[in-house]
Design a binder for this molecule. Sequence first.
Ligand code: ATP
Length: 622
Amino acid sequence: MDNHWKRFINGESVETDVTPSIYRSWQRSLEYHVDHTLISNQDILSMPRLTERREAQDALIRAGEPVLPYIFDLLGSKNYTILLGDTDGYIIEAIGDAPFMSKAQKVNLSPGASWREETRGTNAIGTALRDNAPISVSGWEHFVRDNHFLACWAAPIQNTQGNPIGVLDISGEAGRDREKILNIAMMGASMIQKNLQLFELENQLKFYREGAKLASSLLKQGFLTIDHNGIITNINSFGAALLGRRQEDIIGRLAGEIFNSPKGWMLSKHSLNLRLKDSAGKEISSHLERVVDNAGKPLGAVGTLQYNNRPPVQTLWVGNSQPSQRILGKVSKVAANNSSVLIYGESGTGKEIIAKSIHQLSPRREGPFVALNCASLSPALIESELFGYVEGAFTGARRGGKPGKFELADQGTIFLDEIGDMPLNVQAALLRVLQEKEVSRIGDTKTKKINVRVIAATHKNLNTLVETQQFRLDLYYRLKVVTLELPPLRERSEDIRDLVPHFISKTCESFGVPLLGIDEEVYSYLLAYTWPGNVRELENCIESMVALADGSILTVENLPDEFKQTVSKAEPTSEPLLDQQTKQTILYALTQTRGKIAPAAKILGIGRNTLYRKIKELNIKF
Ligand SMILES: Nc1ncnc2c1ncn2[C@@H]1O[C@H](COP(=O)(O)OP(=O)(O)OP(=O)(O)O)[C@@H](O)[C@H]1O
């Protein structure tokens, strides 16, 4: 039948005798001036160029990797070569039977050669790419005579838009079954297409997964993902910090273990709102939302974690007496602005809690809250704690220096407890920082702008300290823009009714014991006591009772002795209650002033002589 080819070459009309696609391709081959007598040595890549092309087509080669051997096996009998070509018809991959491959190589049907029609005339690879359609080109259908020993079947590999991105070719000796092999070539091309789509999906998935990870790491909110088995697959660092754990300790755990979420929740078609507690006992709320497939089956869930939006002051401060309500009212007012606050109150009245509450209710709540107790540090240390230092600033300075509390509190709030104990030289430095709104570390010449709200607290009368020149007047005025006075517990004993159950549950939780009840009789003692150590003393008292409890109820038996004296079902000779309370108050004032009469009298609001008389009358020994 190569008569048709010969006749065409001789310029006779064979249009009706040849498959239309072959005929059209022969005509193009003529237009391209392809030499039908000779194998062309053009369009053959050097090794380095071939390597470059293969690298550029890495995805195509990977997609073809499992397909080419599969087709080779499917063909069963040998004498075939399976070729993968790129869009320019360059063969970039070949496998096959060695004897046939070496024959094929003689006509350049091997890696590195381009089989586009422009160079090689009608052939399966070039014509399939040109027509973007599967084709078989057998024997004399090839435009070049020396290729007439070949039978080739090729199918284009297309992208999702249907454009050719490569070609799969099966070549063997001429005279083979055409139909079946063309189907195999088409199936191979479609398998490669599927593999390429899978790669694309994998990349997209990676993008979404990595993108979500990155985006969640930038969030100022906890974010987590849970798979359909209920296992936490990711949590951002903010979320892990809220839960007080490391990310790696949470990822891989069952969500139910961390959140106490009900079993089978994911099948329930609902989102879930949960309440948790952070390591400091603060409430966190979590919202979990299911992600479902097209059929509504759960694929997993995503969730957020954040501190409860409920005003935190309500969760921190316990007590509902009139004085407490007044304080809380003031707290929510002062929280809104930026002014300095000075909190007065005896030790243990909750000054730090109030400072924290102001911070948490203020617009700075996302910023840090940093506390420093000026009485607990030596004068030399206070300065370096407050302002930090640079390396080598003094002997013993840490390598690399250390930031001070002011730097750490930038954009947040600093709480300076016992400000009355701040040495005068540090007071001067503090005043500078407050005026200039910038801080420089000890030993440093550079300054750093800071934006910090200052809340100071003291149990001392700063007025008196100013009078005796122990406290700078200018600093005093800067600090006391707003003052808050926390009454001692004995002046708001109503709060005891709320504080006691609060401390019982707090202690039981921290001791890991079941919640204990309390005998009403205990209250008569607690309400009668004067609480020189205020709420802290009450908290310690409850803690000690819980530690000593042997039943499920706290009784007077568990009450430490010092609290029993006030209401002891007293012997007739015992002191009147009023005297006992006066005695305790005076003793408390004297311990605060380390036995100095004049300042103690000031604290008590009585004259020195009155105090001497009372000490004598009540036989107070100190
Ligand atoms: N109203 C309150 N509700 C709940 N807990 C309180 C309350 N007041 C104080 N406490 C608890 O009592 C203890 C002492 O409180 P805090 O440290 O705030 O007092 P303070 O006045 O700053 O004491 P100091 O002057 O000795 O530093 C803390 O454990 C605090 O949690």
